[in-house]
Design a protein around this ligand. Structure first.
Ligand code: SF4
Length: 331
């Protein structure tokens, strides 16, 4: 569901590539190139919640960081609300970054243990000079308002992160991310470090905040159940590439890419009998330093044929808004 009538995407990613050059072993001294993100095209509309799923190491976190320019893409473009981020100066990027914030997986490591909760949430407001000359009591009011928005209160202001539970720390991290009134929140596995019972509370909080504040989400997770709960659309990523994109309900009811079907095996069926026959997932993800030729999934796909080993399948629109990269789909 979108909360804006704007036809312009809030985020537009064009042919994005991010390769990391690493030093090889001391014996060979050869450079290794990690293909973290390898030619991704994606749009996220204002007010949309887009879920990005895939196994660990598939490049989804790197993609999120490229959007924020926490890492510089090797090539390709990230366009935020019509502005090509590669054309911005450091100062302009810093200013624009107020509109895009990130919540990390581990709240304990993302909050400074030396600061009280008040200072942690007030820090972005001070750094970005949002409230530079305001009396302290207005800053205090704003921090309390943010805490209450995430289900905490003024009794938490003077505490330190180690005095809070994991769920409470993640609420503080969310409050801090909201402090600058962002339009885009990148949520990088925000519940995976939490107990199962707390995960549901944080997810419900994120659903509520999105509605109340009309936020746009890029929700990154390896857990399809979590993504299903919060996303309008889903993108499935494998070894640096998007292999399937579609509305959440469509992808869950009618997954078409063998990798998506394999991932969905472990997720309880929302509609009994709705899903296609499961495809078992064999082996581990190949190294992004040496991705397979052709379809990158062919080393694990029991449906692979000769063409899969040589030709890369393009991401094609199979039905309105449903895109799949597989030689066996849509041909
Ligand atoms: Fe499997 Fe071939 Fe489709 Fe790749 S292109 S997912 S290897 S069938």
């Amino acid at each position: 569901m979108s909360y804006s009538n704007s036809d312009r995407p809030l985020v537009e990613i064009r042919s994005l590539v991010k390769h990391f050059r690493l030093r090889g072993g001391w014996l060979t001294g050869r450079r290794i190139v990690l293909h973290a993100v390898d030619g991704v095209d994606l749009t996220i509309m204002p007010g949309e919640s887009f879920g990005l799923v895939g196994e660990s190491g598939c490049g989804k976190t790197t993609l999120g960081r490229c959007i924020l320019r926490l890492v510089r893409p090797t090539s390709g473009q990230v366009i935020f609300d019509g502005t090509d981020l590669s054309e911005l100066t450091r100062r302009e990027m810093r200013h624009l970054r107020r509109q895009m914030q990130i919540v990390f997986q581990n709240p304990f490591s993302s909050l400074s243990p030396r600061f009280r909760i008040f200072d942690i949430i007030a820090e972005p407001l001070r750094t970005h000079k949002v409230l530079p000359k305001l009396p302290r009591h207005l800053l205090y009011d704003r921090v309390v308002e943010l805490l209450e928005q995430v289900g905490l209160g003024r009794q938490h202001l003077d505490r330190y992160p180690h005095e809070l539970s994991g769920g409470q720390c993640q609420r503080v991290a969310i409050a801090r991310a909201l402090s600058l009134d962002p339009r885009l929140l990148i949520l990088d596995e925000p519940t995976s470090a939490l107990d199962v019972s707390v995960q549901a509370q944080i997810l419900n909080l994120l659903v509520r905040l999105r509605h109340e504040l009309q936020l746009t989400y890029l929700f990154i997770s390896h857990n399809l159940s979590v993504v299903e709960h919060i996303s309008d659309r889903i993108g499935v990523m494998y070894l640096g590439k998007l292999v399937e994109i579609g509305p959440t309900e469509t992808v869950f009811r009618e997954p078409l890419h063998p990798y998506t079907r394999a991932l969905l095996q472990s997720v309880p069926l929302p509609i009994p009998g709705a899903r296609k026959e499961a495809i078992p997932l064999h082996g581990n993800v190949p190294s992004p330093a040496n991705p397979p030729s052709g379809c990158r999934f062919h080393t694990r796909c029991r449906l692979a044929t000769d063409i899969c080993r040589t030709d890369e399948p393009p991401l094609q629109e199979i039905a309105p808004g449903h895109l799949v990269a597989c030689h066996l789909v849509g041909n």
